[in-house]
Ligand binder design. Structure first.
Ligand code: PMV
Length: 359
């Protein structure tokens, strides 16, 4: 499949004014994407759990313009006009313009809000950009009514990817693979696909408690981080390892070997951070409390014969992952022993979800 399939044919319908509202989720990678080439092509395949409670809700109102020269839009975040968020969205529209030429024909008014606090350290680019991509696809579906549901999901993921790689994994759920991988049927560098095999019941309704250790602005933007994988001394081995890990995780997800899951997921998280520590410039995104939490999780796992584990994004927050049947005990453990390491004792209980929802 090539990107050219996403360039639309001439519109079959027309519309003057229309509005769409979508809710799209955040996601948490189990095998991490870190390193890319142009245009947003991953150096290795990745897989994530789609989340349920951490999401963005975006409405776009499209009003037909007289002339179709520039992309014109207004952006409101949580009810307030946000000029400072516009350049990122303008860049996104620039990247998708070839595939969505209809954006030149409409003035767009975008209203967006997140279910999680903006300054929580939870990346909003995945849910935010996938929500805009879904709204664009809703318009495209009105203009060309012969689109299939499968095409709409694929193209939405393709568009979201052009904004932020991990956003390609925020259209569907509960597990999404992005990046071409020989052992995952249908996988592609161009868009995310649902994990195509039957998943063992132990991974159903998996829990993710996000411990907000550091709510500050990202120390290193992900663009800078990905670029540091160029000329990185361990990059090539890392890309091979990630693809091997995805092959292993695919089997684990099917056979329910939860001990192997715990080992692989934690190793992936620490390897991502090891890549950051061994790049040049180097950086440490974990905070002392990140390590306190990790050690407490290891202690708890040992003492309770639990299958709790952690993963990390490119930041200090800790995602605590555990099976649904441990929910009650682990939530108590988090409340009693981990929440004190979070800013203002703040953490978010989430669970695996099923992707974008039209509202
Ligand atoms: O989508 P980006 O460019 O913000 O990169 C995200 C990278 C990680 O969150 C660190 C890992 C991943 O696979 O989500």
């Amino acid at each position: 499949m090539s990107a050219a399939q996403f360039i639309p044919k001439k519109n079959t319908n027309s519309v003057e004014k229309v509005s769409f509202k979508w809710q799209t989720p955040s996601n948490i990678a189990l095998v991490k994407y870190w390193g890319k080439s142009n245009p947003q092509i991953p150096k290795n395949a990745s897989i994530s759990f789609t989340l349920k409670n951490c999401h963005t809700i975006t409405t776009i109102e499209f009003s037909k313009k007289e002339t179709s020269t520039d992309v014109e839009f207004d952006l409101f975040f949580e009810g307030k006009k946000k000029e400072e968020f516009k350049p990122k969205i303008a860049e996104f529209f620039k990247r998708v313009a070839e595939y969505c030429p209809y954006i030149f024909d409409y003035r767009m008014t975008i209203h967006s809000e997140n279910s999680f606090p903006h300054s929580s350290g939870i990346a909003s680019s995945a849910s935010g950009l996938s929500a805009i991509a879904m709204c664009l696809m809703s318009l495209e579906n009105v203009l060309n009514s012969d689109l299939t549901q499968e095409f709409i999901s694929k193209k939405a993921s393709f568009l979201a990817r052009l904004g932020s790689g991990s956003a390609s994994r925020s259209v569907e759920g509960p597990l999404v693979v992005w990046g071409n991988h020989p052992k995952i049927e249908g996988s592609s560098d161009l868009f995310g696909v649902q994990f195509p095999y039957k998943v063992h019941s132990v991974f159903e309704n998996y829990q993710d408690a996000i411990l907000l250790v550091d709510k500050g602005e990202k120390q290193v933007s992900s663009t800078v981080g990905h670029n540091l994988m160029q000329n990185h001394p361990y990059a090539e081995n890392r890309f091979v390892q990630a693809n091997d890990n995805l092959a292993k995780l695919s089997k684990i997800l099917q056979n329910g070997d939860i001990k192997a899951f715990v080992n692989l997921v934690e190793s992936e998280a620490l390897t991502l951070h090891a890549m950051m520590m061994t790049s040049n410039p180097y950086f440490i995104l974990m905070k002392p409390n990140t390590l306190e939490i990790i050690n407490k999780i290891w202690e708890y796992r040992e003492e309770n014969n639990s299958n709790i584990c952690f993963t990390l994004d490119a930041g200090a927050n800790v995602h605590v992952l555990y099976p649904e049947k441990e929910k009650e005990k682990v939530n108590q453990f988090i409340d009693n022993q981990l929440s004190k390491y979070c800013q203002k004792n703040h953490y978010i209980c989430d669970t695996v979800g099923f992707g974008a929802k039209k509202l």
